[in-house]
Design a protein around this ligand. Structure first.
Ligand code: OSB
Ligand code: MG
Length: 389
């Protein structure tokens, strides 16, 4: 492939239900969609699913836009590559900015697999025809509100429920959900909100009573040693999310026994090749993995579904149906789940169709770069209907 043009669009979709983690609350998402076009006209779509604010990781939508327009797009423009990995090599010297890179990586894989006529999942080494999805539920104002949310998702067919926790919102909501849903697969995610003092350790150990599948990222991203200390005294498996960005991080986790499960997020690790590498290492070490999400629109979601079809993804992934998040997704048809199970697309490439009209109607800003406009030209739609629907 030789990339002839690159289009970037910052697109806003409102969430059907606002979402609160240990750090903040949000009711909409601004993701950057990446469209790479090859010299032969083949198109590949990707998604930069960075949060707007630097609370989950250091990146934001604004840093991603800067890095995408100033560094990533110029590095792929007019570059010849035989495989997605070769295109990813063109930005190897850029440090960090994994979310921005992931958007380009997904687009490169989408384009290449479309060109080869193979489904993305198969090209990645996926072996499953369907993947089991779980839902991730935010912190609610009251425990009753949370129980309503859990009931709605259980009614929708999901078998695995992940609950966000934070100091002050942990044992009581978890006890309430466990007693209402004694047989469901329940796990908790703290997004690094806890301090690592002795009192917190004894407090978190009490979660062992609720036979949770795992506790995800209780401590700060770089704090591998506290995760190792907690895992040594806790029966519930510790799962790392924010801590594992690179292959070295995974080796550190394994060497220190800082957890027993890994959440692999395409965005957090810088793309599909990196995600697959982490999967391969975890599989060699017998560590179960699952695919985490960032409330992706249909493009990023399709990439997550493809990744989740790899054999080491043995736990339910955060790849629930589009309808859990958006009234209408930017892909048509949207991603659906049947009893919490999502089918892996079998058509070539990403296997989803982007609804460009709906996307344009929600585009806040867009730019296109090609050999005649290497610095980009503004393509922001002038007639935007209602970016808030
Ligand atoms: O920690 O997995 C996380 C969303 C935003 C930031 C961090 C996380 C999440 C989720 C949502 O849990 C997962 C999803 O449904 O996409
Ligand atoms: Mg998490």
């Amino acid at each position: 492939m030789r990339i002839e043009s690159i289009a970037l669009a910052k697109v806003r979709l409102r969430l059907v239900h606002e979402f609160q983690t240990s750090s903040h609350r949000k009711d909409h998402l601004d993701h950057i969609l990446v469209r790479l076009t090859d010299a032969d006209g083949t198109v590949g779509w990707g998604e930069i699913a960075s949060p707007s604010d630097p609370y989950y990781c250091a990146e934001t939508v604004d840093t991603a836009w800067l890095v995408a327009t100033r560094y990533l797009a110029p590095s792929v423009l007019d570059t010849e590559a035989a495989t997605p990995g070769e295109l990813e090599d063109s930005w190897r010297r850029i440090r960090g900015h994994e979310f921005a890179k992931a958007g380009f990586s997904i687009a490169a894989w989408s384009l290449w697999t479309a060109q080869q006529g193979v489904p993305l999942a198969r090209a990645l080494g996926g072996t499953r025809e369907e993947v089991v999805a779980g839902v991730s539920l935010g912190i609610e104002r009251t425990i009753d509100d949370l129980l309503v949310q859990v009931q709605a998702q259980v009614d929708a067919g999901y078998q695995r429920i992940k609950l966000k926790i934070a100091p002050g919102w942990d044992l009581d909501p978890v006890a309430a959900v466990r007693s209402a849903f004694p047989d469901h697969d329940v796990h908790v995610d703290a997004n690094g909100a806890y301090g690592s003092d002795d009192e917190t350790f004894s407090h978190l150990r009490r979660l062992d009573d609720f036979h949770l599948t795992m506790i995800e990222q209780p401590f700060a991203p770089r704090d591998f040693t506290s995760h190792a200390r907690l895992q040594a005294v806790m029966g519930t498996p510790v799962c790392l999310d924010e801590s594992v960005v690179t292959v070295d991080d995974l080796h550190t986790m394994l060497a220190l026994k800082a957890g027993r499960i890994v959440n692999i997020k395409v965005s957090r690790v810088g793309g599909l090749s990196a995600a697959r590498r982490l999967h391969d290492i975890a599989q060699e070490d017998g560590i179960p993995v699952w695919c985490g999400g960032m409330h992706e629109f249909g493009i990023g979601r399709a990439a997550n579904v493809a990744l989740s079809s790899l054999p080491g993804f043995v736990l339910p992934s955060d790849v629930s149906a589009s309808s859990k998040y958006f009234r209408r997704d930017i892909i048509d048809p949207p991603i659906t789940a049947d009893h919490g199970v999502v089918r892996v697309p079998t058509s070539p490439g990403l296997g989803v169709h982007v609804d460009c009209g709906w996307m344009d109607a929600h585009t806040l800003e867009s730019i296109e770069l090609d050999v005649n406009h290497p610095n980009g030209r503004d393509t922001t739609p002038t007639e935007r209907s209602e970016p808030w629907q």
